[in-house]
Unconditional design. Structure first.
Length: 382
């Protein structure tokens, strides 16, 4: 291949998609300079891509850290981070009311590698976690807010109880950097499933981890080994999405609270889980840590399982599915959809009742969605 490269346009408002895996070096001297960190050029598609770099710089700035990495999914970001920073005989403490696949990683896979994992319960108002549990942990992993109940934890209280060398990792998918700055409260790393609010259009699968340069470089080595990278066009779409993140989160915060208040006052709704409501068990923590409450609302109907299924089936606007943070409103009856394979006792242990519903509001008209919910509740009641 000729070393002469045709000059491309340099004045595009958008970064072109670098859909390639191979990069060339001018000479041996440049190869040495690359390994010495003196030049910034690509080496191979599992290690480098300009579209990744653009997104990583932007998400690091939004999360208020030195550096960041992009991954193929939020779960890959969590898994790679755990593999990079935990070793045999280490202890991981984590909020037990969290995304079920995160819990499976911590309960089923990490113990196979000799890592002890301890679940901490965030449901009590005081978050009175055991000092011994936190003092012995090499890593404390918090999902804030949690999925699907939107539980919060008192991060400053937890940070004070942790060992000085322990790492605090926060999954902030349900809040985004716009509603919660985990770094401000002592988090060493912040993780996002970028498939949700950050992607915002339901068309990308990706994740991110942001933190200090030293921690990120250590995790980068494991990403290079494990290969959990994303496609260049995915990174390009995420860069597109970040341009509108603030506008979209303003919509979710405003309309989310409006619909949560409507549900709270409906006589057929038994309980609403939304941190913007004073009735949420952790509203006092929301006032301390959050600047907005998002577009995900979980609520329990005053109905049995069959009537709840009738309600979600009667809805016309939300699609039945488990994603959130995109333009399309989504609905799921949690016990039937996400937690179907758990036993009734297992669901009860984590607060998943037969009438628990999770709603992501989408970008549509709030009046139309409220009217749709009203009609579906009326149908379910007959």
């Amino acid at each position: 291949m000729s070393k002469q490269k045709k000059q491309s346009y340099r004045n595009s408002c958008l970064t072109p998609i670098y859909q390639n895996i191979a990069y060339f070096f001018e000479d041996t001297a440049q190869v040495r300079q690359y390994y010495e960190g003196k030049v910034s050029v690509g080496r191979y598609g599992r290690y480098d891509n300009p579209n990744w770099l653009e997104f990583e710089n932007k998400i690091a700035a939004l999360d208020n850290y030195e550096s960041a990495l992009i991954f193929s999914s939020g779960m890959n970001a969590i898994t790679t981070t755990a593999c990079a920073l935990l070793e045999q005989n280490d202890t991981l403490a984590y909020t037990g009311r969290c995304y079920r696949k995160t819990k499976q990683l911590f309960r089923q896979i990490l113990p196979k590698w000799g890592i002890k994992t301890i679940s901490i319960n965030p449901t009590n108002n005081d978050n009175n976690f055991s000092n011994k549990c936190l003092e012995n942990a090499k890593m404390v992993f918090l999902e804030m807010p949690s999925n699907p109940h939107l539980y919060l934890v008192d991060i400053t209280k937890i940070k004070r109880k942790m060992h000085a060398d322990a790492l605090l990792v926060v999954d902030s998918t349900l809040s985004t950097p716009l509603n919660f700055q985990a770094q401000k409260w002592g988090a060493d790393l912040t993780i996002h499933s970028c498939s949700k609010y950050i992607g915002g259009h339901g068309d990308v699968l990706a994740g991110s981890v942001a933190g200090s340069k030293d921690l990120i470089e250590h995790i980068r080595n494991y990403r290079n080994i494990m290969g959990g990278v994303t496609a260049p066009n995915t990174a390009s779409l995420l860069n597109r999405s970040l341009e509108t993140l603030e506008i979209r989160m303003q919509h979710f915060n405003t309309v989310g609270l409006e619909i949560a208040e409507y549900l709270y006052h409906h006589h057929q709704v038994k309980q609403v889980f939304y941190t913007g409501l004073k009735t949420h068990p952790h509203h006092h923590l929301a006032k301390k840590y959050l600047t907005g409450h998002g577009g995900v609302i979980s609520f329990e109907l005053d109905m049995n399982e069959k009537a709840t299924s009738k309600f979600v089936d009667a809805l016309q606007i939300p699609c039945m599915g488990s994603n959130f943070g995109s333009g399309q409103a989504m609905i799921e009856q949690c016990s039937i959809f996400t937690y179907y394979n758990l036993s009734p006792q297992e669901r009860q242990d984590i607060g998943i009742s037969d009438s628990l519903v999770r709603l992501s509001i989408g970008y549509g008209n709030s009046d139309a969605l409220i009217e749709d919910i009203d009609k579906a509740l009326e149908i379910a009641n007959h």
